[in-house]
Design a protein around this ligand. Structure first.
Ligand SMILES: Nc1ncnc2c1ncn2[C@@H]1O[C@H](COP(=O)(O)OP(=O)(O)OP(=O)(O)O)[C@@H](O)[C@H]1O
Length: 230
């Protein structure tokens, strides 16, 4: 389980998160949504143990989230963090050597699914294909928590839906919890079961996607706009 209790994060004078509390139970796919600068990436980095809260606590399975939490958490950064002179295969090799939980067979299946050329250098990949590679190496890790910051960024609209459908088959919801941030609400809607809406570092709402669709009869985009305007 992921627990944030009264978490504030300041960057020098900027308050990115303002006393948020949040609990995410295992086996969910949660979307963190909100406008630019609302605090989504900061929340993921805190759970990944890459940042420390200014105030409050962040627990992953009861453990304080610090750098060692990467044993339990796979994190897909919004930035390109790979060695550009490595090939796709060498990048996957590096991940396999770094993480004992890395499932090479799953990675190979995903490389095929993503239609990635194993011999191509990362620096020669298109932005969309670099995005696919990030998804492969993140989801090939068999860890209880998967955090993805803008996993659809750079993917063209024609492939987003099919990649999202593929993602579902590579996630084991019996054992894994996924939290992702995205602005591609329309495409991501079928993947999510819960959304958490952030505005100015504060959680505005948390709701099940099914309730938004069936009870409120709204798309995710319309729901977000409505809540933001209130
Ligand atoms: N390293 C940093 N130093 C100073 N301010 C930062 C830093 N990182 C983020 N911020 C600020 O903190 C706030 C929250 O940023 P964050 O990246 O978490 O937002 P976000 O919701 O992920 O935005 P986006 O949708 O644009 O990716 C923003 O105002 C941002 O400018």
């Amino acid at each position: 389980m992921i627990q944030l209790e009264g978490v504030t994060k300041r960057y020098l004078t900027k308050k990115a998160l303002d006393g948020i509390s949040l609990q995410i139970e295992p086996g969910h796919i949660v979307g963190l949504i909100g406008s630019n600068g609302s605090g989504k990436s900061t929340t993921l980095k805190l759970i990944a143990g890459l940042l420390r809260p200014t105030r409050g606590t962040v627990l992953v399975d009861g453990e304080i989230a610090n750098r060692r939490i990467c044993r339990k958490v796979a994190y897909l950064s919004e930035l390109d963090t790979y060695y550009s002179f490595f090939t796709v295969k060498q990048t996957v090799d590096l991940y396999e050597q770094t993480f004992i939980d890395f499932n090479r067979k799953k990675a190979e299946e995903m490389l095929d699914f993503m239609k990635l050329d194993r011999s191509q250098k990362v620096k020669h990949l298109s932005k969309g294909n670099r995005g696919r590679l990030k998804i492969v190496v993140t989801l090939a890790r068999e860890v209880p928590f998967i955090l993805m910051d803008e996993p659809l960024s750079g993917l063209d609209p024609m492939v987003r839906s099919s990649i999202i459908k593929g993602l579902i088959s590579f996630i084991d919801l019996e054992k894994q919890t996924v939290i992702l941030t995205t602005h591609e609400l329309q495409e991501i809607e079928p993947l999510l079961d819960t959304v958490i809406l952030i505005k100015n570092g504060v959680i505005l709402e948390r709701e099940s996607v099914e309730d938004i669709r069936c009870n409120e009869n709204l798309s995710l985009v319309d729901w977000m706009v409505e809540k933001y305007e209130q």
